[in-house]
Write a protein that binds this ligand. Structure first.
Ligand code: SF4
Ligand code: SF4
Length: 347
């Protein structure tokens, strides 16, 4: 189903969503800079909504929060009582303004947490969440490269509704019965052929801009990586990397975590928490007995790239980079993974 909504009526749509769901969306929270475009967070007032840019944080934190309590425990005499962790698992939420790269990232998370493993914490949140995507009407930053990963600027799955800004209105496409139900509200109107054309023109323009900005052929990147694991080309990137792990934290598809038990001083109560981890960190790959399979910085730096463009192709039949550009925008050492991939492709 396709409908359109005049921008002047968007507030009514927002208010109606708010009646039924907790709304999470790109916000103006935090300090907005040339490379930091706000956060993806709870929005209770439309004035904080920021649909202009894709924020530093992706929706991943809403499905796998950093520091979530998997369960709580309390010791009563000799008995240990277990309790549920985070209370918000069963909340109905809507994620509004999710860009195509992040929609693709969520589909990859499903592969890991709902297909390869059954993670009840993830599954519960995913089930209770409605997704409203937003196509990209412009290349919002020159670090974006979704054209190379084929994950944008348009999308054909992974959403309940997909919005496109076509000027005075938003063009909406439904992707599920739940999305269709939302389009039944009286303020949505029928689309005309000129609206469909306006949508196509916007997407085509963004696609052209992305292509002219990102001229790398990644079609054989897995094979090329297979031949360059021992290449000295990695050393110069490793010398620049300060192993801060920012690239992992902002990446919408990085999903490694570690688990800690946090107890109070008397050890009478506590929580088992899951916290985000980074494959760049020293000791990330240290095993029981003390053996470390990636003790060198260069091996950890390589691992991150191989874990986007090589290993997941073998495990899941697809790469795990969606070209959002966040790791480029937020690397402390200005390492651009496109440069490394270009070198690999030409080796
Ligand atoms: S590797 Fe970089 S560009 Fe690719 S999905 Fe992760 S943060 Fe985005
Ligand atoms: S953000 Fe840059 S410096 Fe930090 S770990 Fe990643 S590649 Fe290294």
């Amino acid at each position: 189903m396709q409908k359109k909504l005049k921008k002047k009526d968007f507030k009514k749509f927002f208010q109606d969503l708010k009646e039924e769901y907790k709304i999470f969306a790109p916000t103006r929270k935090g300090t907005i800079t040339a490379y930091n475009f706000g956060t993806f967070d709870y929005v209770d007032d439309i004035k904080w909504l920021n649909l202009d840019r894709n924020p530093i944080s992706s929706p991943k934190k809403l499905f796998m929060p950093d520091g979530e309590a998997l369960f709580k425990f309390e010791k009563m005499g000799n008995e240990v009582i277990l309790k549920d962790g985070e209370p918000e698992w069963k909340e109905k939420r809507v994620l509004l303004g999710v860009r195509p790269c992040d929609l693709a990232a969520m589909a990859k998370f499903d592969k890991v947490f709902d297909e390869a493993y059954d993670d009840p914490y993830y599954r519960e949140r995913r089930k209770n969440t409605l997704i409203i995507g937003l196509t990209c009407n412009e290349m919002t930053d020159d670090s974006c490269f979704c054209n190379l990963t084929e994950t944008g600027p348009d999308s054909d799955s992974g959403y309940d509704l997909l919005m496109t800004d076509i000027g005075n209105s938003y063009f909406f496409k439904s992707g599920s019965p739940a999305g269709e139900r939302l389009l039944e509200k009286g303020y949505f109107t029928e689309v005309k052929p000129k609206d469909v054309q306006a949508r196509s023109r916007k997407i085509a323009k963004t696609t052209r801009d992305l292509k002219s900005n990102n001229k790398i052929d990644l079609s054989n990147i897995k094979e090329a990586l297979g031949k360059t694991y021992d290449s000295p080309l990695w050393d110069k990137y490793a010398k620049r990397c300060v192993t801060c792990g920012s690239c992992n934290m902002v990446c919408p598809t990085c999903h490694c975590f570690t688990i800690l038990d946090k107890a109070n001083v008397g050890k009478t109560e506590g929580r088992r928490v899951r916290i985000w981890d980074s494959c760049h960190y020293e000791k990330f790959a240290k095993m029981a007995g003390g053996f470390d399979i990636r003790p060198e910085k260069v091996s950890r730096l390589k691992h991150r790239l191989y874990d986007k463009f090589y290993y997941p192709v073998i495990t899941y039949g697809q790469g795990f980079c969606v070209g959002c550009g966040r790791c480029i925008r937020h690397c402390q050492s200005e390492i651009d993974i496109r440069e490394a991939l270009r070198e690999v492709a030409h080796e």
